[in-house]
Each structure stands twice: as C-alpha cells, then as structure tokens.
Design a protein around this ligand. Structure first.
Ligand code: TNX
Length: 511
C-alpha cells in the first residue's frame, strides 16, 4: 500500500491496513483550542467542511472525532498521529509539535469521489534541526504586513520556525526606530528600479512578531552592516563613507540597470552590492549601532539579532574584523545571540556565541568553509543557506523571467533538493549545525505573486533538509520520493492560495 504524501518527510510513517477515517460535517474536533482553530482553517480551505465543536454533557459523542492534545515528554516540536476508521488523534509534545501535527494532518486529507477521507496511518515525527528558516529581503523591494503574514502561513505549513527579515540594505531602511527616527523619515521612500519604498512602523513589527508566534515562528531581524549601508548615509551622512565604485560594479549597473551609480545623499535604486561602508573608526558609529540593536532587542522576543556582515567589499579587512568583533560583543551584551553571514568568521575574535550563516555553494568555494568553521570552533554553530541550492531568488531553468543566476546558474527543484546538510562544510556534522534557512533576495521580486512563484515548490526542499532524517537514513529522502510527495500537495497549496511555479520536474496531482 502506498504511503500518504507528507512534506517534509516525517521521521516515521506506517500505513494502516484498515478503512480510512471519513470527514463529514458531523466530524467533531476536541482538545487544544489553538490547534483546533489552525485545523479548522486548513480543513475549511481544503474541503469546504466546517468541523463541529464536540458535544458536551452526555460524554457519549456518536460522531467520529478528531482529538488534538499536548502530552509533555517527547522531543521539542515532536508529534504523533494515529488515524483509523473511528478516530484521529494528534498528540504534540508541546504546542509547536501539536501545530506541526495539524499541518501534517492537513496534508493527509484526500478526496474520495465526492467525499473527503484521511487514510489509516501512524506517524511519529520530530525535527532534525532546531532552526528551520526562511529569509525575506524587504529592503530591495518592500513587502507589506499582509504579504509577510501570508508568507508566515505558507512557511509554517512546512514546519519552518524562523522568519529572518532582511530589514535594511543600500536601497532602503524598512524598520521604524524611536531612537533614530530619521532612518525611516529619510531613507525608506524608494526601492530598486524606481519602485515605491515603505517601512514597518513599530506597531507593524509587533503585529508581525505576534502573528509569527501564533504559527510558532520567531522573527530574526537583520540590520546589515558595515556594508550594505548606503541608506544609513541618507539619514546620517556623517556615519557613512563615500561609495567605492569598482569596475565590476559599473558593469552590474550597466547590465541590470534599475538606477544610476551610487552617490552620497542620493537614494540608490540599482542592484549592485559591495560599495558602501559605515565609518569604522568613529565612535558615533557605535552609538548608532547601540541604539539600533538596543531598540531591536527590546522589540524582538526571539533570541537572535542578525548584523549582516556580508560583502563588505568597501571596508578594509582589518577594519571589518574590528567592527565585527565590537558589534557581535555589543549584541551579546544585550543578552541576544548574534547572527552574521559567514564572512564575519574572518574575524577571529567575533563573539563566541555568534551563529554563522553560510551562503557559499553546496561544495564550498575557496576560503568559504574556513570562515564558517570559525563559528563552530568557537563552540557556536551554523545556519546553512547554500546559495546554489536554496537561494530562492535564483531563476528556474525554465519558468518565469524573475530571478538572478549568479549562484552556479539557474536552480532546478532537483538542485534545491539534492544536498545533505552534514556534507556541506567539511568536518561540520549535525552538532555544528543549528539549522537550514532559505533566503529570498528581492532585487527582481516585487509582489506577493512573485514571492509565491519563486518560493514554491523549492522551499519544500529546504524544509525537508531542515526537518527530515538525513539522506540515506530514510527511504523517503530521495528526489524520486520528494517530487512525488510535492506533486501530491498541489491541490492543498492551491486551496491555500499559493501560486506555486508549476515546474515540469514535479508530477503535479490535479483534482
Ligand atoms: C548576495 S549572499 C547577497 C545579497 C544579494 C544576493 C542576490 C549575501 C549574503 N548577500 O546582497 O541580494 O546575493 O542573490
């Protein structure tokens, strides 16, 4: 008997031999109220049925029921599901585990003629890695609160638990701070290619954080520095060095357009990188950094503050190391865990608790693995975002015109899937890996529909790398299994309003 399709692949799944559970308008849901609400939303979208509240009083409920409960004791975020003809029981070790069990249950719902069934099955499941993220760049193009909430719904349905917001870059500053109001007043109005800018008010940010928490996701805010800071100079010219314009940069601006070469005090609307730097040897810079991260720490319940550190090509190596050392220490002193792109590992004295985010290729380029290794040697760990696998802004081999190609050319769904986290940075196994994150840079990504088409289905590959057993340890962890399971999710994704890219690599099921 074939197994029902679950993505990311669960740790263990066994098909039952009995008849399926039949969903009807009389099916009742009992137990945890938050999980019941999450289930009702999925079931209604997928089937049109509205589950009944359990009948109280008599104690003998005739209608077959779904029970959602939390029973402490298992691994964090773990859950079990048993389905037979008479009942469905979902048990989470904690609220997140129960939420993930509900997401799995949503995937199990299947059409049977005009009816809806859940096949008899027993699943036991727990994540491989604690951190499973997506990143959204809201600096190159701004994406409003509703789009972000939609992204949270989509990501959490695949058991992803971190939303990294790339809040600032050369093209704009997108988060309001009371300590530095000029940032959004003077540096948020524009985006790439003359598109409109925007920013989150403090209330907007709170709303995003709360919405994410209701889907068991943390928000990881990133303020990128010392490079990627042209926008800071629009608000505080005294903190910014003049742009350093390389031949490479001229070429990028020529080829991609979008706007002119950067000039001090003028918003930058093209898509080149690596020309801006904060002033490293000016104490005013560190007053600024203290204000920014101090306020963000107070606004952010999650443990991480990301300070960027990538592509600081206009900052001298020694200055970069000095800056990274100071800023990582400042964030650690705020009681938060610093996160930085792997370049920060070139600073030997980066704060010991700093998590490195690796964005090299699946097979590391020269020098990249050594920088990533620094964080592991310090006793901290890595978030893996291999660019030629799970950079969701890379073009598809065939599909929409959106996206870039610098990471080893276009990225197929199979490329996104075919890598093993413990085989990326030599010598760094599961103990040195905090998790996996799929970034979406938005130079070419302007709308919620653009996000959907670039993200789905490839984000499912990242989710499986982060959640599922390692390659070789489960029959399900193969490309052939994955493409079939993803194909089976087409109708569910459509019911959720996800405008996925109908990649020809996937055997999409239609109803
Ligand atoms: C590299 S990889 C960047 C971003 C760009 C992206 C485009 C990394 C940490 N930085 O600044 O948006 O490429 O794919």
């Amino acid at each position: 008997m074939s197994l029902p399709a679950v993505v990311p692949a669960p740790a263990s799944i066994e098909a039952g031999s009995g008849a399926p559970f039949r969903l009807t308008s009389a099916t009742s849901v009992s137990g945890d109220a938050d999980a019941a609400a999450a289930l009702a939303a999925t079931l209604t979208a997928r089937t049109g049925l509205t589950p009944a509240a359990p009948s109280t009083g008599s104690g003998t409920d005739e209608s077959a029921g779904i029970e959602l409960r939390i029973a402490a004791g298992g691994a964090p975020e773990s859950y079990r599901i048993t389905v037979d003809e008479a009942s469905i029981v979902v048990t989470g070790a904690d609220a997140a585990g129960l939420f993930y069990g509900v997401q799995t249950l949503g995937q199990l719902v299947a059409r049977d003629g005009g009816d809806w069934v859940v096949p008899a099955v027993a699943i036991e499941d727990a994540p491989r890695f604690a951190y499973r993220g997506v990143m959204l760049d809201v600096a190159r193009h701004f994406h409003g609160v509703d789009t972000v909430k939609g992204y949270i719904d989509r990501a959490s349905s695949l058991k992803l638990n971190a939303l990294h917001l790339h809040l600032t870059d050369d093209q704009g500053w997108r988060i309001q701070l009371a300590s530095r109001p000029e940032l959004t007043e003077k540096a948020s109005g524009t985006a790439i290619g003359g598109d409109p800018g925007g920013f989150y008010t403090k209330d907007d940010y709170r709303e995003i954080v709360e919405y994410a928490a209701s889907r068991h996701m943390i928000v990881v805010p990133e303020v990128d520095m010392p490079g990627h800071t042209h926008a800071v100079g629009l608000a505080y010219p005294e903190l910014a060095e003049d742009p350093v314009i390389s031949d490479h940069m001229r070429e990028i601006v020529d080829v991609y357009g979008g706007g002119a070469l950067p000039e001090p005090g003028v918003p930058f609307e093209a898509l080149a990188v690596g020309f801006s730097s904060l002033k490293i040897h000016d104490e005013a810079t560190y007053d600024f950094v203290a204000d920014v991260f101090g306020e963000l720490a107070a606004m952010t319940p999650g443990p991480y503050l990301h300070f960027g550190g990538d592509e600081s090509l206009a900052t001298a190596d020694d200055d970069f190391a000095y800056f990274v050392t100071r800023v990582s220490a400042l964030i650690a002193d705020l009681g938060k865990t610093p996160v930085a792109w792997h370049e920060a590992g070139s600073a030997k004295d980066v704060a010991d608790t700093t998590i490195g985010q690796y964005w090299g290729y699946v097979t590391p380029q020269e020098g990249f693995a050594a920088k990533a290794q620094t964080f592991v040697d310090n006793g901290a760990s890595l978030i893996l975002s291999p660019a030629d696998a799970i950079y969701l802004d890379m073009k598809y081999p065939s599909g929409p015109e959106l996206g870039l190609t610098w990471a080893n050319g276009p990225t197929s769904v199979q490329d996104a899937y075919s890598w093993e986290p413990a085989d990326v940075v030599p010598g760094v196994g599961d103990e040195g890996i905090l998790g996996v994150e799929a970034p979406l840079w938005t130079e070419t990504i302007r709308t919620a529909a653009d996000i959907d088409t670039m993200v789905f289905p490839r984000v499912a590959a990242a989710a499986e790398a982060g959640w599922s057993p390692r390659t070789g340890e489960s029959d399900l962890r193969t490309w052939e299994s994955f493409r079939a399971r993803v194909g089976a999710l087409g109708p569910l994704w459509t019911s959720m309003g996800i405008g996925f890219h109908p990649s020809e690599e996937i055997p999409w099921v239609t109803e």
